[in-house]
Design a protein. Structure first.
Lengths: 415, 231
């Protein structure tokens, strides 16, 4: 009966109570959303590469190497010479090795030169391989295989021509040597979706007429280029698979001690951990800020209860006259606060899922982060419980004031 | 011998920190089932006396007995429970929780008084019976109290005070918000119900015209002396 009366009392003040619930709901949705994006981003990053034991690149930071080789974030500071690549490739521990050459772009997407081994060995999300449902892989020198997002946002179909720009965000184009879309990779949710893949030789081919980063006057005909030796002099990085996992550390040490050139081999998982340590500070700050928003909403609720106390003194007197103890009145106010917080928490959960349903494709397209729509995790439920508990706690302040008022007023309100 | 419904014996009380308002009442009694009108203006200690009678505040000296039970011997929580069990209260106006249904308002005191609930029997049925006796149509029971007229609200307050037939009904100017015609009708209904429940009625008012209808009329100033010391 008290519960019913508490709900009735809240409904009677629908406007102020509704606003308070809305504030709590939005703060809860924000808090859970931040958590969702955080775990979603981590999962997406962790899912991006699997099956690769080592990533080799020029010596720099391991996080940097991971970011530019796998996530296409940032740039390589240096290259690895073809000779070093061959030396690593000839090691007995190496099962497979896939070279990667980055540096050019097509519109807003990066162009990656590699071998057909990339399609064979690059795995994502627990060992899934790339699929090319439309068209085929790299066969001709001027074939380009594009990611799903490239195809979708530029409206490309198999057979369309592609002109690669020199460098990133550049106005000089390799317009003398256009590519042809040979295949479109099925959506992966990884940076591959936003990559134009060409052969390593093609990267060499389009730079034949280039000297130290600028176009030279002459234009070599395509037929001549096809007959040239297009073995690259350098690559950006290489993905390595070993025969036995036990050999990973031995090979890594050998590469890192390679005397001819400063190269670096990293384990993707370890580099990811390092990345989380860096990102962790920002994550904590984000969680902290969103938690403060929840606290702000609860303080707003506390202010609302405080301001309602005076107009409710008459009501408190009725409760007292009917035999309610001051502690019952305290409990009533705390119960009302908890009901508001619970309604806010549930509404916030609703907002979260609404936001997920609406924002999921957009976040995926814009950031490559796949936000799964799962039932609330134990962590989420605990967070909601915590919000309700915190509401009970904050409402104690106005409730204690009501307790004292009802003790002083008794049944007779002196206004 | 049946103890008086209410007995005050050498009672004194002072509000803590309220301009030192204090009150003393050497002796005052109401017999079981008796109808007493207490005439007094506001500021004459009326509210303080009612607070003492209802056990909201404990007497600093002397004894307040309701149905023979000394309120001073009880804890604050015990007095609250005792009030719920033994006393029905009717205010001047704004008696009801406006957001609650009429039926919930009537049953509210029973929530804190299990014995009174047992006395009421089928509580909802009893509430409907009381309302019918007070001329309230049955559909009123499920309406929010805020939608009722003032006169209807006062009658609902009577039903609430009388449910479970508490031995003492305390009414604080229950008619002052009503017009003359409604006042008369209201009092007749109130008396009928208190007679039926065999409850004693202590009604406080400043309206001397009501006097002939009561068993006994007392001026507050005759039984109570107040003092407002410059604290």
């Amino acid at each position: 009966m008290i519960l019913r009366l508490a709900i009735g009392s809240l409904c009677a003040r629908a406007l102020t109570v509704g606003m308070t619930i809305l504030a709590i709901a939005l703060s809860v949705a924000l808090f859970l959303g931040v958590e969702k994006i955080r775990t979603g981003a981590r999962a997406s990053f962790a899912d991006t590469i699997s099956g690769t034991d080592l990533i080799v690149g020029a010596r720099s930071g391991s996080v940097q190497l991971l970011l530019y080789s796998v996530f296409r974030i940032g740039n390589a500071t240096n290259n690895v010479t073809w000779e070093s690549y061959q030396d690593i490739k000839s090691r007995p521990e190496v099962d497979w090795i896939v070279p990667i050459s980055l540096g050019d772009s097509h519109r807003q997407f990066r162009v990656m030169g590699t071998t057909s081994g990339f399609f064979e060995h690059y795995k994502y999300r627990g060992g899934r391989a790339l699929e090319i449902p439309v068209g085929h892989g790299l066969e001709d020198l001027y074939d380009a295989v594009i990611g799903a997002d490239v195809a979708a946002s530029l409206g490309y179909a198999v057979g369309d021509p592609i002109v690669v720009s020199h460098g990133l965000a550049s106005f000089t184009a390799h317009d003398d040597q256009p590519f042809r879309v040979a295949g479109i990779i099925a959506k992966t949710g990884t940076p591959v979706d936003r990559t134009v893949i060409v052969s390593l030789e093609a990267i060499e081919a389009i730079h034949v007429d280039w000297q130290t980063g600028a176009k030279s006057g002459q234009i070599t005909p395509r037929e001549v280029i096809r007959d040239m030796d297009l073995t690259p002099t350098a690559i950006t990085a290489a993905l390595v698979g070993v025969n036995s996992r036990l050999q990973v550390f031995g090979l890594q040490r050998w590469i890192n001690d390679y005397p001819e050139e400063p190269v670096l081999a990293i384990l993707p998982g370890v580099a990811l951990q390092e990345l989380w340590q860096i990102v962790g500070v920002a994550e904590t700050a984000l969680i902290g800020v969103s938690a403060m928003v929840v606290v702000t909403a609860l303080i707003g609720m506390m202010a609302m209860i405080f301001s309602s106390l005076n107009e409710r003194r008459r009501e408190m007197a009725i409760w007292r006259a009917m035999g309610a103890r001051p502690s019952t009145i305290l409990g009533l106010l705390v119960l009302e606060a908890m009901l508001m917080a619970a309604a806010g928490a549930l509404l916030g959960l609703g907002f979260l899922y609404l936001g997920l349903v609406i924002g999921q494709p957009w976040v995926d397209a814009a950031f490559g982060i796949w936000l799964p729509i799962d039932p609330p995790s134990l962590r989420d439920v605990l967070a909601l419980g915590f919000v309700i508990g915190a509401a009970a706690l904050t409402s104690l302040f106005p409730a204690l004031r009501a307790y004292r008022l009802s003790l002083a007023d008794g049944m007779m309100v002196r206004i | 011998m049946i103890p008086p419904a209410l007995a005050l014996d050498d009672v004194a009380f002072a509000w803590p920190g309220r301009g030192g308002f204090s009150l003393s009442c050497p002796s005052f009694q109401i017999a079981p089932g008796e109808r007493v009108l207490l005439l007094g203006t506001s500021g004459s200690g009326k509210s303080t006396l009612l607070s003492l009678v209802c056990g909201v505040v404990p007497a600093t000296r002397g004894r307040v007995l309701v149905g023979g039970t000394d309120l001073g011997a009880m804890s604050a929580g015990g007095r609250d429970r005792f009030r719920a069990e033994q006393i029905g209260v009717i205010f001047q106006q704004f008696n009801l929780l406006p957001y609650a249904k009429v039926i919930d308002n009537i049953l509210l005191p029973l929530r804190f008084a299990p014995h009174r609930r047992a006395r009421a029997g089928g509580a909802i049925h009893e509430a409907a019976r009381l309302c019918a006796g007070l001329g309230l149509p049955e559909e009123v029971l499920s309406m929010p109290s805020g939608r009722l007229s003032v006169g209807q609200q006062q009658r609902v307050a009577v039903a609430r005070a009388l449910i479970g037939a508490p031995p003492l009904i305390v009414a604080d100017e229950p008619t002052s918000a009503l017009d003359a015609a409604t006042q008369d009708h209201f009092l007749r209904l109130l008396f009928d119900r208190t007679d039926e429940a065999q409850s004693a009625l202590l009604m406080v008012s400043h309206d001397e015209r009501l006097a002939p209808r009561f068993d006994r009329v007392i001026r507050l100033a005759d039984i109570v002396s107040t003092e407002r010391s410059a604290a």
